[in-house]
Design a protein around this ligand. Structure first.
Ligand code: UDP
Length: 465
């Protein structure tokens, strides 16, 4: 039996959320060797984040448990129906997790001393409260998204006041839809927020959970840990968030390293041959296209991207989901085979840090955005959902390291122009320079004198004592 504490860890098992928490636990485990970490997760997510080589090398104080995902027996809808799966998962919680906590307590022969969970697993806050132990909540997206959740009531009022709320476009300059009344969010607009957050008519469990997060955290969480670097977060935003929570720690971008290390889920062996293929390309010549683990462009957008790549003869590497391949222009694969490559999965962090990578056509996921910055690669942005729109705003308007597709929808001519600007134009050179400068700030922030290192030590103490 361990002499130390027993921390239950619960990730949010959809999209790429779980990776940040896994990486945090893998960093905490050696720093707090007396603490036992019981990682409770659904089987599907565990199989993605703990591939066999990693599972075999897990630190001895980390044990992985499987929890029911809430899907009825015989449920055969594929995992990409994420919305439906999230609903079933939330419906099954927290009972399934109570059983897993009991199992872990029996294994360790020690009561749980702390819950370390994704913030979206808000039921863990109630479990922790009942067990009278701390709840440490990891906020995976960007800090500015957390501010939007915390100020949800003010934002809802603004949304009601503004006519036709939530329908504004990128060209909409209607000031009353700016979020400047929220500290640190002057650059954001209501249209940048996920619609589930502001649409109180949406009574799905996931939408209710999203609207609850910002209300529950200030009193419920012993500490909020952010997957970000204080040094690249606007000071007024951090000062305000610090005033809202009992404790706010920024432990660095947990899925990003300099230079990139393989993620738990990605292959180090480059099974799809992306890096070898890139080795044969000119520096900064290739467009890398990928929209993350969940987002799906429409059939006409897939077709438009293909047509634009072909008409501009742009060398490209496209990480494309198999079911999306059907929307490519007929014969495109054969016609572009000399300069284009399609793969179902790419070792993205390494791809974006490859010298041949010239532009990233992205959905503006939080991990992807920083992987692009680490590679110094400017972006063409097509945000889809969740935090994508806010990230896109930062990329284009605040950091100046990319452009959003005009009108929010990818067209052939829009993509041709965006590739021209970012991959071949003078503006693109400037964006690349700015991405490099942001990278340097991140490298410094990730160093031994950065705030992340100090905050991590505070976190180790918090979970160990
Ligand atoms: N990813 C990858 N290869 C792919 C597609 C995605 O390695 O072919 C990884 C990518 O590097 C990133 C993560 O999947 O770390 C996607 O996370 P992000 O936050 O950008 O988007 P999400 O999938 O959560 O929408």
């Amino acid at each position: 039996m361990s002499s130390g504490k027993h921390v239950v860890v619960i990730p949010f098992p959809f999209s790429s959320h779980a990776w940040a928490l896994v990486n945090l636990v893998l960093k905490l485990a050696p720093a707090a060797p007396d603490v036992r970490f019981s990682f409770l997760n659904i089987a599907k997510s565990n199989s993605l984040i703990f591939p066999p080589p990693l599972r075999a090398k897990l630190p001895s104080n980390v044990r992985v448990y499987e929890v029911s995902d809430g899907l009825p027996d015989g449920h055969c809808r594929p995992m990409e129906h994420t919305g439906e799966h999230v609903e079933l998962f939330l419906k099954a919680a927290p009972e399934n997790f109570r059983a897993a906590v009991d199992e872990a307590e029996q294994d360790v022969r020690k009561k749980v001393s702390c819950f370390l969970t994704d913030t979206l697993v808000i039921f863990a806050g109630e479990m922790a409260e009942k067990m009278q132990v701390p709840w440490v909540a990891l906020w995976v997206p960007a800090p500015y998204c957390l501010a939007a959740h915390v100020y949800i009531d003010i934002i809802s009022e603004l949304h009601c006041e503004s006519s036709g709320g939530g329908t504004s476009t990128d060209n909409d300059n209607d000031d009353d839809k700016s979020l400047r009344v929220i500290p640190g969010l002057s650059m954001m607009r209501i249209s940048d927020l996920p619609k589930e957050l502001i649409d109180d008519q949406d009574t799905s469990r996931s939408a209710c959970m999203l609207r609850e997060v910002g209300r529950v955290l200030p009193c419920g969480a012993t500490a909020v840990v952010m997957n970000s670097y204080a040094e690249v977060t606007p000071t007024p935003l951090i000062a305000d968030l610090k005033s809202k929570f009992k404790m706010l720690l920024q432990v660095g971008c947990l899925t990003v390293s300099f230079p990139p290390l393989p993620l738990p889920s990605s292959s180090t062996s480059d099974t799809t041959g992306c890096l070898t293929w890139l080795n044969a390309r000119y520096p900064q010549s290739v467009a890398y296209i990928c929209f993350g683990t969940v987002a799906m462009p429409s059939p006409s957008e897939v077709s438009a991207i293909g047509e634009a790549l072909e008409s501009t003869n742009t060398p490209f590497l496209w990480s494309i989901k198999e079911r999306t391949m059907a929307f490519l222009p007929v014969g495109l694969q054969e016609r572009t085979s000399a300069y284009g490559k399609f793969v179902p999965w790419a070792p993205q962090a390494q791809v974006l840090s490859h010298p041949a990578c010239g532009v990233y056509v992205t959905h503006c996921g939080y991990n992807s955005m920083f992987e692009s910055v680490v590679g110094g690669v400017p972006m063409v942005c097509k945000p889809f959902w969740a935090d994508n729109m806010m990230n896109g705003r930062m990329i284009e308007e605040v950091w100046g390291i990319g452009v959003k597709v005009k009108g929010g929808t990818i067209t052939k001519s829009g993509m041709e122009k965006a590739l021209e600007v970012v991959l071949r134009g003078e503006d693109g050179k400037e964006m690349r320079k700015k991405a490099g400068e942001l990278r340097e700030r991140l490298v410094k922030a990730a160093g031994p004198n950065g705030i992340a290192e100090a905050d991590f030590k505070v976190l180790v103490k918090l979970i160990s004592t």
